[in-house]
Design a binder for this molecule. Structure first.
Ligand SMILES: [Zn+2]
Length: 211
């Protein structure tokens, strides 16, 4: 059985959304400084690194992590390769794929190559899901959609695709590293931190190839 880690590592100088606080990872105590043990401290935004968005992210009073349906995060997933020349994921492209199973979809785009340089500065022209494609996903019964950059939505329209997906209880998985994932079928295992009543949480996400 093969496991592919599709999680982006968390560290101090990691890429965060423009304007968000940088991650602060430090030491509370160190053996080298006379303490009896090494203990780290972590201070990160809930949307830093690989994470999930719940409906509360864009809608007050909407479901938060407390009502997370864990069955959505474990199960068959399709990794879809978006051709290099495509700068947006639109409904026409999704139609052209003739997908059999759309319950869980992860889009592997040219964004993934940006992770070759984990210290790259924010790239606003990343490939993302257009509103029409978000609507398509809802209409085709998608429960979880993921992408290999910091947002599912284009930088110049970061609200609409989120609203379409989240108002229809489609969970969003952002900031994936899909460099090592070939397009195809996998089992997804993705478990977000149990941040009570919150709108988002960092997650460890892996793909499992059974054959
Ligand atoms: Zn987010």
């Amino acid at each position: 059985m093969e496991f592919i880690d599709i999680t982006v590592g968390i560290r101090n100088d990691m890429l965060v959304w423009p304007g968000d606080e940088p991650a602060k990872i430090g030491w509370e105590s160190r053996i080298a400084e006379g303490a009896i043990s090494n203990v780290s401290s972590i201070q990160i935004g809930a949307h830093v690194g690989t994470h999930i968005d719940m409906p509360l992210h864009f809608f007050d009073g909407a479901p938060n992590l407390d009502s997370l349906d864990l069955s959505v995060f474990i199960g068959q997933v399709t990794v879809v390769e978006v051709p290099e020349e495509k700068s947006r994921i639109d409904a026409t492209f999704l139609d052209s794929l003739s997908l059999v199973n759309v319950t869980r979809l992860l889009f592997k785009t040219s964004n993934s190559k940006l992770w070759n340089d984990s210290s790259h500065s924010f790239h606003p022209d990343y490939v993302a899901v257009e509103p029409g494609a978000a609507q398509w996903l809802v209409e085709h019964g998608c429960k979880l959609v993921g992408i290999d950059y910091l947002s599912i939505a284009p930088f110049n329209d970061s609200v609409t695709p989120h609203e379409i997906l989240l108002s229809n209880n489609v969970v969003i998985l952002e900031t994936l590293d899909l460099r090592d994932a070939q397009p195809g079928e996998y089992q997804l295992i993705c478990l977000p931190l149990k941040l009570e009543s919150r709108e988002a949480a960092p997650a460890r996400a892996i793909l499992m190839k059974t054959s």
